[in-house]
Design a protein around this ligand. Structure first.
Ligand code: SF4
Length: 576
């Protein structure tokens, strides 16, 4: 046993923060980089590592999905790389809890994970082949973790955990604790916003069955982790929340820049930053406000200063802003960039609203560097949009998407399929809306509606309906959590997944991409350039080390789309 790392509570100065597989490394990990920036200022020695850039892990991920793809019929695959994460996460977690005497149940469970996602029966031989891939993965992860722990000799190991990363994190914590019993193990991340939301039976079960995790941080991590390191958390407290610890929320006007200095930035196609935390809205299926609490934003001047600084460090002109929503700052930010000396491009989540329905705004945003709008559109049915509390109409969606596209801004649209009460007619309205916008949509992606017992704005109301376990009760020993669905709902779970397949088939026929790989993104960019004269530069042109691009500020306006909402009263949003 190594005994180098057993300082007293307040002497824990060496912190190792990791993001483990599987997470697609499109941007450097924001959570651990923000923590590093913050804690270093307080005198801690923080090392961050993103294991997802390791070629060996990426290869295993690819092999797993290729194998799965080969066994699922084409019309059942859906967006396999998206919904397949449910299978991978469940399978990996079950793999960790597999014993000689529960092998039969383990195989049954893996087949069930595949069936309940793809509605296609898996053979035992497929499960054996997938198991072999996971065996290789956990062996590699063990070597990887032991090497890092030996090299870094941290006092604290912090893992940021999301869907897809859970099993790797559990494995790493357990291994680290066995090898270094005095190491403080701390878990945080988005997984506690939905699947393991506080107040759910899943959360309680998880806490009881993970003795190798010392502390769990819920929500914003900086102030809580600092309190913990400074010895202000009672030893018996395993779960730390801002409310319980009475430490409020971060003042973003004094927040530090994310510190990416340990990361190999050449592996990420986008630089990353953020302008705000939380969201001023409350869509019924979303857990964003529950995770981040009160909505806060930075001043546009501060954002421009920070992005410029990060550009100078990394020479990458394209930023993905990880905010829940850019609407409250977008105009101010674009104006600030227009008067600055630098041209940077920024991509982020946007909500359809009255301002997006004004083409003068979308053009101004484009000139200010707005690169891609990630729009949570969700449905083409006004009835479903209302039930979701989206506060938008299909007509507003059409105007907003077209205005963005005509300005050349990429439009990535997200859709939720099978929201409770979505009828076949509602679903067909979604397909019709997409068809009517096919040339103005850069990309489509969809998710089946997922219900969580806690965490979503409407979880408690849905819990009053008849709900059922997706997997048998005994499966909890393997998965460490349960998945629930609304029973006898319209549409049924199977219908929802059928609609996902129909949705993707429809988009494919219309020629609207759903790119995941770099190669697919390049093809989608080519299509966008052909469709829109003012299209933003392709992703490859903006990557680190490429020539500096400054076309946005000199852009000429092409069209004067009718702004049907411009004349309406200014009764929309009044952001903080
Ligand atoms: S779906 Fe988007 S707009 Fe709605 S609450 Fe969540 S983050 Fe906010």
């Amino acid at each position: 046993m190594n005994t180098n790392n057993h300082p007293g509570t307040t002497d824990r100065k060496k912190i190792l923060l990791l993001l483990l597989p599987f997470w697609t490394p499109l941007i450097p990990p924001m959570g651990i980089s923000c923590l590093k920036g913050f804690l270093q200022k307080h005198g801690y020695n923080v090392k961050t590592i993103d294991a997802n850039i390791e070629a060996g892990f990426r290869e295993i991920n690819d092999n797993y999905f290729k194998k799965l793809e080969s066994a699922v019929p084409g019309d059942h695959r859906g967006n396999l790389l998206n919904i397949g994460i449910d299978v991978l996460q469940g399978h990996m977690t079950a793999h960790l809890h597999r014993e000689r005497d529960n092998e039969a149940r383990y195989i049954e469970l893996v087949k069930s994970l595949i069936y309940k996602t793809f509605y296609s029966v898996a053979k035992d031989s497929l499960v054996r082949e997938l198991n072999a891939i996971l065996d290789t993965f956990f062996l590699q992860l063990e070597t990887y973790m032991l090497d890092i722990l030996e090299k870094e000799q941290p006092h604290v190991l912090g893992l940021s955990t999301f869907k897809g990363i859970l099993a790797s994190s559990l494995f790493a914590f357990k291994l680290a604790k066995e090898k270094y019993p005095l190491l403080l193990t701390v878990m945080g991340g988005g997984i506690f916003a939905d699947q393991l939301a506080m107040g759910s039976p899943n959360f309680d079960y998880f806490i009881e069955n993970t003795p190798y995790i010392d502390k769990i941080i819920i929500g914003e991590g900086e102030l809580l982790l600092l309190k913990l390191l400074q010895g202000e958390v009672p030893a018996h407290e395993k779960v730390l929340t801002s409310q319980d610890m009475n430490c409020g929320v971060m003042d973003l006007s004094t927040a530090d820049l994310p510190d990416f200095s340990d990361l190999q930035m050449k592996y990420y196609p986008n630089m990353a930053s953020y302008t705000s935390r939380s969201c001023p809205f409350q869509c019924n299926f979303c857990s964003e406000t529950i995770n981040w609490g009160t909505y806060r934003k930075k001043k546009a001047k501060q954002v421009v200063r920070e992005l410029t600084q990060l550009y100078e460090q990394g020479q990458c002109q394209l930023f993905l802003l990880s905010d829940s929503l850019l609407n409250p700052i977008i105009s101010e930010l674009a104006r600030e960039f227009l008067t600055s000396d630098i041209a940077l491009y920024w991509d982020g989540y946007l909500r359809v609203d009255r301002k997006v329905c004004n083409p003068e705004n979308t053009f101004m945003w484009r000139r200010g560097g707005f690169y891609r709008a990630r729009l949570g559109i969700e449905s083409g049915s006004s009835k479903v949009l209302e039930a979701m509390n989206k506060e938008i109409t299909p007509q507003q969606i059409k105007t907003a998407v077209s205005n963005l596209a005509q300005a050349g801004i990429k439009t990535t649209t997200y859709w939720v399929i099978g929201f409770p009460g979505e009828t076949e007619e509602d679903f067909l309205q979604t397909l019709d809306l997409i068809e009517s916008l096919k040339n103005d949509i850069y990309e489509v992606d969809c998710n089946p509606f997922r219900f969580h017992l806690s965490g979503q704005v409407k979880s408690l109301q849905w819990r009053e309906k008849k709900i059922a376990r997706l997997y048998p009760k005994w499966a909890r020993e393997f998965l460490l959590m349960e998945t629930w669905f609304i029973d006898n709902a319209n549409p049924s779970r199977e219908d929802i997944y059928r609609r996902v397949n129909r949705f993707l088939e429809h988009c494919k026929k219309l020629g609207i991409p759903n790119p995941y790989s770099l190669d697919e993104i390049c093809k989608a960019d080519e299509r966008w350039q052909k469709l829109h004269k003012n299209a933003v530069p392709p992703l490859l042109d903006l990557q680190q080390g490429s020539a500096y691009i400054n076309e946005c500020k000199h852009l000429k306006k092409l069209q004067t789309a009718v702004d049907m909402f411009q004349k309406e009263e200014d009764d929309d949003f009044d952001f903080i």
